[in-house]
Design a protein around this ligand. Structure first.
Ligand code: DAH
Length: 345
């Protein structure tokens, strides 16, 4: 009996691998304290026969030594780790400091909100590269060769290549082209991303900003679909009752083209500084995809029609949060950033 127990505990001690100082302490509590295993076995030893005493005495003493030496070396190991940590990390017994949670960037919040609205309408999210070639950024989108937007004034060129310059994209409309080239209609997608323009930085202009492009191409897509989609979007984003109006405009890649205004979110149409007393603020450009663009992307413009729109996320965010200086978005001043809701998910 006693012999059996010694054998079992010996095996246990030999396989003991402490992972923490707490394990070492538990080892001590189990084996070495007054009510521990070692003491108990010595008590039991008193009750066995004289012959057994002769054989087991030595075994028991060896067992005791094993328990003690295992404990001592484990303790030494963790004492050293503790000291090393103390040196490197300061006093580990002090209560933790707790860290401050960040908040989402306002542009991310608004982008997410816009994306969610269109997702519910069945739009998928697509992305394209920020470094683009002339074809995707301009030519395929029906920009005439001498169009002022290709000018050095507006575009950051990366590499001049005859016939197909490489540049930082000036708008997310380039993603439309990539999408249409790659697949077959129907297309229903929104394409958020960063764009670049060679502009002096001020409260009202920046050399980079963010846009969301929308594209819907299928059979029988009409301007009425465009209006209804954007009207729904505005009701969702700015609240029921927000008015919209479409003004004729021009973009090379849409025909007809329009700009969409919404009733001023600040004065609700009465006239204020933000809307320059007009009661309306412009939020996006849109139109029916020009047949030339469809053909450039290998889509039969006799069979398919589509609408597209593009909006600046900064502009939408400014209206929502009444932010008046674009530079705030990229300065990373926590006094600005911490004013936006914190999302834990
Ligand atoms: N790409 C235009 C810009 O950067 C915005 C735009 C206007 C996009 C009309 C469109 C559109 O898709 O139909 O100013």
């Amino acid at each position: 009996m006693l012999q059996e127990k010694i054998k079992q505990f010996t095996a246990e001690i030999k396989s003991f691998v402490p992972a923490s100082a707490a394990d070492v302490e538990n080892f001590k509590l189990k084996f070495l304290v007054t009510k521990g295993v070692v003491k108990a076995l010595f008590e039991e030893f008193k009750t066995v026969s004289v012959e057994e005493k002769r054989t087991l005495g030595k075994v028991l003493n060896e067992f005791k030594q094993l328990a003690e030496s295992t404990y001592n070396s484990a303790q030494a190991q963790f004492a050293q780790v503790g000291k090393k940590l103390e040196r490197e990390e300061g006093d580990l017994t002090l209560p933790g400091e707790g860290f401050q949670l960040g908040s989402r960037h306002p542009l991310s919040l608004v982008r997410k909100e816009i994306v969610e609205i269109f997702k519910k309408l069945g739009f998928i999210v697509a992305e394209g590269p920020e470094i683009e070639d002339d074809w995707h950024n301009f030519s395929a989108l029906n920009f005439p060769p001498e169009h002022p937007a290709r000018d050095m004034q507006d575009t950051f060129f990366v590499e001049k290549k005859t016939g197909n310059d490489i540049a930082l994209r000036t708008h997310t409309s380039s993603v439309q082209v990539r999408m249409m080239e790659m697949g077959k209609p129907p297309f229903r997608a929104i394409m958020p991303g960063r764009v670049y323009r060679n502009e002096a930085i001020s409260a009202r202009a920046h050399c980079f900003f963010h846009q969301i492009e929308g594209l819907y191409v299928d059979e029988n897509v009409s301007f009425a679909d465009l209006k209804q989609t954007l009207f729904h979007f505005v009701q969702e984003l700015y609240g029921e009752g927000t008015k919209v109006r479409f003004r004729p405009s021009y973009f090379p890649f849409t025909e007809p083209s329009a700009e969409m205004d919404i009733s001023c979110t600040i004065c609700k149409g009465d006239g204020c500084q933000l809307c320059k007393q007009s009661g309306w603020v412009e939020i996006l450009g849109c139109g029916m995809v020009d047949p030339n663009v469809l053909e450039n992307c290998g889509i039969d413009s006799k069979k398919y029609t589509g609408f597209a729109f593009g909006m600046g996320i900064e502009r939408v965010t400014n209206l929502k949060y009444e932010i008046r200086d674009l530079r705030l978005f990229s300065e990373n001043d926590v006094r600005f950033l911490s004013q936006f809701e914190t999302e834990l998910v």
